[in-house]
Design a protein around this ligand. Structure first.
Ligand code: DGJ
Length: 723
């Protein structure tokens, strides 16, 4: 049993193999957060801080007359207006204008079956604790799911209006917990489209440190993730907490260091421009947040995220299924393709091991460039010089499967759909709609829009033999306004749009269970756990320049497993960076994830084309490591560091793969020595690339000189095979 309630002490223990999460009902009746960390006994005590003469505090008294400063008590959920001055996790507004919710514990329930979250993706399975609280005319339920085999707790909150008047939900975060007074640091993944998931760190000093997105999508500017560690926490040692929201819209996570030194962490759905009208009897479900603890450093934290996402989030039928090795035409042709060009791309790689051709943007409506056509999901047979079926048949004849690009959520003003339904775009009533990439976002809060999209797209998939869909999303949401919603519900638009998106995902994915869907948002602008609940993989970035990719994949791996990262080999010199890189270097990086190729294969030399089957054979031999390998990041390619090094070890420790990249050739630079991790100390491993066999202990402690070739952007891959 993972959940235990000690009636005597009134403490709840949420226990997994290596972790304890504990909170209880203290003498003031407050749900006090006690502990989250390495597994401990069921002997914890309340640390409620009794007043020591501080002023400007709101005191509450226990039955013995001892007074307490309400704000200094670490809580499982914070509400304002009664003396707690820190970042709240819940703000409800009642019919009389009061925003005060003094929460009263009403009981708890242990659920063997985790309830599905209304309209939202979440981790599956897991014993779940439901804590029931009362707040005036609302019932608040806190859900905690425990995964016994992992150091993971999933948290969410549900609010029910049990009164006769409307309530406004002005903030409904998913979780809150507190860390004791230590010198915590926050680590987060910031960036932009084409420079996603750059690893950043900051010291948590007094004040609030928040990462957020107000873009209506989870965004490349801040991934919905924060890790918290100590100054001594490194990649492979020390304490690290991880927080990741299973949500694809605007979000916020904040860490506040209070005057008492403790750090209160809270977050979830962003309350920027948010307010939800809850009518009597209605419920509001917050997105779920995944909390992870590791005492094995940031890589240990990542292994927890990877394992739980592979076991309980990503669709089961795909998680360990061999992924298609694609050739995508976008980088080769962009919008300007001819049937002949597409066929020749397919033809040149037929028989190489590349097994799926993906036709990207430009095959539908009047789509010659980004200015028109989005929304018109019918095949442009004039541009295609034939039917879609013709191209699919040709691809099949060459022994390959077929994939197709869509951007369902969008519409161009120059489209038949917009001309017929201008009201279907999200926009404010009085201004010109805001365009980004010359497109508008469709209003997914409308059932008729979702119905139209699901019917049209499902028909194309059903009428053709399509094995793979790339689902793109190339803009953020600017106007949080729907012409379909009443005035007093406008601040629900951002969240309703995401609920609509999930409903649409479900209608299209459920109708096509054998099709592999890949998420994309100008690369990784919507790389989040919400999308991974429906789609097993996401295009990691439009930035495919090998050294930049190394950084992006390094950062993305903090939370998301390699099997979820779609990574392609593209042309050299790189289109954006102009860097010249070797074909093997690009492949070494791309083959760390769900791999593919995306370049004009007709321009490849004979030797390069001959390389592809060898590269694919090597990838296939290690594909199991992509599916369920344990990650150990060994060298971060950030700051002054000139090297990227990541090792992936099979769960049975029989094999491992170490990928190293040198960024720039620096003459006379001290030689890099790498110390592998995660091998079995007593097992002898052969590394053929070094013609050496040693025990795991020797490899890990003696280390290896990677012997990088001279030159910029060079890579080396070492395979450790147990003898
Ligand atoms: C952005 C994606 O990231 C690209 O791979 C490509 O699909 C384009 N959109 C097409 O418009």
């Amino acid at each position: 049993m993972a959940i235990f309630y000690d009636e005597q002490s009134k403490i709840f223990y949420l226990e997994s193999k290596e972790t304890t999460y504990a909170f209880g009902i203290n003498k003031l009746g407050i749900l006090e957060h006690l502990y989250f960390g390495k597994r401990v006994g069921r002997d914890l005590v309340f640390t409620t801080y009794s007043e020591k003469g501080r002023s400007h505090a709101v005191y509450v008294f226990d039955e013995d007359g001892v007074k307490y400063d309400i704000t200094s008590i670490p809580k499982e959920i914070e509400t304002p207006y009664a003396g707690d001055y820190y970042e709240p996790s819940l703000i409800l507004e009642y019919a009389n204008g009061s925003r005060r919710s003094d929460l009263v514990f009403e009981g708890y329930e242990i659920l063997k079956e985790k309830p599905k979250l209304d309209g939202l993706p979440s981790l599956r399975y897991g014993e779940t604790l439901a804590i029931k609280l009362r707040a005036k005319t609302a019932k608040v339920i806190l859900y905690y799911t425990v995964y016994e085999e992992s150091s993971v707790i999933a948290r969410s909150m549900k609010i029910e209006n049990t009164g006769d008047d409307n309530i406004r939900v002005n903030r409904a975060y998913s979780f809150s917990f507190s860390l004791p007074n230590r010198d915590w640091k926050a680590l987060y993944l910031a960036g932009g489209a084409g420079a996603e998931t750059q690893v950043k760190q900051t010291t948590l000093d007094r004040g609030i440190f928040t990462i957020d997105s107000k873009r209506g999508i989870s965004s490349a500017s801040m991934n919905p993730f924060m890790a918290i560690g100590l100054p001594e926490t490194s990649e492979n040692a020390g304490i690290a907490y991880g927080v990741n929201i299973i949500y694809s819209g605007s979000h916020a996570i904040s860490a506040e260091r209070t005057p008492m030194g403790i750090v209160r962490v809270t977050g979830g759905l962003s309350d920027f421009d948010f307010s939800w009208k809850l009518e009597p009897g209605e419920t509001f479900q917050s997105p779920e947040t995944v909390l992870v603890f590791s005492d094995k450093g940031y890589s240990g934290m990542s292994r927890e995220f990877h394992n739980i996402f592979r076991n309980a989030l990503i669709p089961k039928r795909f998680v360990k299924k061999s992924r298609p090795i694609v050739i995508n035409n976008w980088e080769a042709t962009r919008f300007k393709f001819t049937m002949e060009k597409l066929r020749s791309i397919v033809e040149t790689v037929a028989g190489t091991g590349i097994d799926t051709f993906v036709l990207d943007d430009g095959w539908f409506g009047k789509r010659e460039d980004e200015t028109s056509g989005l929304g018109d999901w019918f095949v442009n047979e004039e541009k295609m010089e034939g039917t879609l079926k013709d191209l699919i048949d040709f691809t099949h004849e060459k022994g390959m499967r077929f994939g197709l690009w869509f951007e369902p959520e969008m519409v161009n003003r120059d489209s038949d759909l917009y001309r017929a339904h201008p009201e279907w775009a999200l926009r404010t009533p009085d201004e010109e709609p805001v365009e980004a990439r010359r497109q508008l976002m469709l209003d997914l809060t409308r059932e008729e829009v979702r119905e139209y999209l699901a019917t049209t797209i499902n028909k194309i998939i059903r009428d053709h033999e399509i094995d793979y869909v790339k689902w793109d999303c190339n803009r953020d949401l600017a106007e949080g306004y729907s012409l379909a919603l009443p005035v007093d519900r406008q601040k629900e638009t951002y969240h309703r749009q995401i609920l609509g998106l999930y409903d649409l995902f479900e209608r299209i994915v459920d109708a096509n269970p054998d099709v592999l869907f890949e998420g994309c948002s100008s690369g990784g602008s919507r790389f989040d756990a919400g999308v991974l609940y429906y789609f097993p993989q996401i295009w990691t970035s439009d930035q495919t320049d090998a050294p930049a990719r190394a950084k992006i994949q390094y950062g993305t791996s903090f939370v998301y497993p390699f099997s979820s990262m779609s990574c392609h080999v593209t042309e050299s010199p790189n289109r954006r960076a102009k860097h010249i890189t070797k074909l093997y270097a690009r492949a070494d990086l791309a083959h760390m994830g769900a791999t593919g190729y995306e370049l004009d294969t007709t321009k490849m030399t004979e030797e390069e084309l001959e390389e592809i089957p060898k590269q694919i054979a090597a990838y296939k031999a290690d594909e199991d490591l992509v599916f369920d390998g344990d990650i150990y990041r060994l060298n971060a390619p950030f700051g002054d560091s000139n090297y990227f090094a990541i090792q992936v070890v099979s769960p049975d420790k029989k094999k491992a793969k170490l990928t190293v990249m040198k960024m720039l050739e620096n003459f006379n630079e001290p030689e890099l020595r790498i110390f592998p991790e995660g091998l079995d100390a007593d097992t002898v491993y052969e590394v053929a690339e070094l013609e050496t066999s040693m025990t795991g202990a020797s490899w890990m402690n003696f280390g290896i000189y990677p012997q990088m070739p001279q030159g910029d952007f060079e890579t080396k891959v070492y395979r450790f095979i147990a003898k």
